[in-house]
Design a protein around this ligand. Structure first.
Ligand code: HEC
Length: 263
């Protein structure tokens, strides 16, 4: 009886094992092809106590606004969220008011009005088709979640933005495509966006390509995960609390068992 059961269970186990291997095998094969590795950066927001570098975030916002926002939207971020970067209400209001959004007035007419802090970042194109039409068929994705949407997102983005190099002679680069050593397949529909001194930073930092890439990545990492600092803070307090609780329970346990042990 016992052996019979045992056999059946074994068969189940083998079936399950085969199923899991089959499930994993395409990933193993795909994984083998993905061999581009990116230089690692020292991000202020990595590690368990990491926080965003405010000055870098503000410079990153400037790079996004002056360079990327021509083609890429940021539709999940509202202007008022920028207060987290250290701006005050008036600054946020002024920043929002530089954009215009369409709205419906009290008479039901469509109007254009200045954006308010509660509005989301205005996208450069009305829809995907218009975005494709303006970019030779390639779609510039919304950048709100891009750092989360790519494996090793921050390092990848930094590498991509600094990865435009001359194509090797044997590589054919069609019109409207550009060679980037870190993009899968090397041909990307985005022209090189960052050049030395492409922006003049408000805080006087020298705008090298690497600096702008670092700052815009920090800004977009925040956009992807604005609650990161809060999450880490809570995480640390929870661990400290649990540690304290463990110590207290240990002493409570000793106290409770003392009369029994001493008998
Ligand atoms: C002239 C328009 C233009 C500008 C300016 C521009 N991009 Fe792009 N970007 C594109 C297009 C088009 C694509 C899609 C490329 C493709 O699919 O081949 C793209 C793709 C991307 C991607 C996705 C890459 C991937 O892994 O799929 C990222 C990330 C990106 N851009 C970031 C930026 C950042 C950051 C800036 C500002 C520093 C910027 N872009 C400026 C047009 C632009």
């Amino acid at each position: 009886m016992f052996f019979q059961n045992y056999k059946i269970r074994n068969k189940h186990l083998i079936n399950m094992f085969t199923f899991i291997i089959l499930l994993l095998s395409p990933q193993v094969v795909l994984g083998a092809g993905d061999s581009i590795s990116y230089p690692e950066n020292n991000w202020s927001f990595s590690g368990i106590t990491g926080t965003f570098d405010r000055a870098s975030q503000q410079r990153g916002l400037q790079v996004y606004k002056e360079v990327c926002s021509g083609c890429h939207g940021l539709r999940l971020v509202a202007y008022r969220n920028l207060k987290a970067l250290g701006y005050n209400d008036d600054e946020v209001k002024a920043f929002a008011a530089e954009n215009s959004v369409s709205d419906i007035d009290d008479e039901g007419e469509t109007i254009e009005r200045a954006a308010r802090p509660s509005d989301k970042f205005v996208s450069p194109y009305p829809n995907k088709q218009a975005a494709r039409a303006a970019n030779g068929g390639a779609y510039p994705p919304d950048l709100s979640l891009i750092v989360k949407a790519r494996a090793n997102g921050a390092d990848y983005l930094h590498a991509l933005l600094t990865g435009y190099v001359d194509a090797p002679v044997e590589k054919k680069v069609p019109d409207g495509m550009y060679f980037n050593k870190y993009y899968a397949g090397n041909l990307i529909g985005m022209p090189q966006p960052l050049y030395e001194d492409g922006v003049t930073f408000a805080d006087g930092t020298t705008a090298t390509q690497a600096q702008m890439a670092k700052d815009v990545t920090t800004f977009l990492a925040w956009a992807s995960e604005p609650e990161l600092e809060e999450r880490k803070r809570i995480g640390i307090s929870v661990i400290l609390f649990l540690l304290l609780l463990t110590i207290l329970s240990y002493f409570a346990m000793r106290q409770i068992w003392a009369p029994i042990k001493n008998k």
